[in-house]
Ligand binder design. Sequence first.
Ligand code: SF4
Ligand code: SF4
Length: 84
Amino acid sequence: MPKKVDDNKKNMEICKKFCGPCPTFKPNKLNEVEPHMLFCARGASVKPKKEIKESGCNCFNCGVFKNYDLKGGYFCIYGKEGKK
Ligand code: SF4
Ligand code: SF4
């Protein structure tokens, strides 16, 4: 079962290393709008789903993803539940 992800500094530092270089992140300018990062804890980007082009997701290699038993990935688009 996925656990609730803590929005803390430690997880933010980890997220930076994975969302940061993700091919979906910078090209869609997700860094420029809320919640900027740590989507698995904070929920989807305020940028509408239809305007975000999926180009791969680095979440699957991220330590937070493993520690909290997360599923789905693409939290920036689909929110905390991830992609079904
Ligand atoms: S949630 Fe996944 S797809 Fe979205 S920016 Fe982070 S690594 Fe990329
Ligand atoms: S699982 Fe994805 S959104 Fe969550 S901390 Fe890791 S890279 Fe960031």
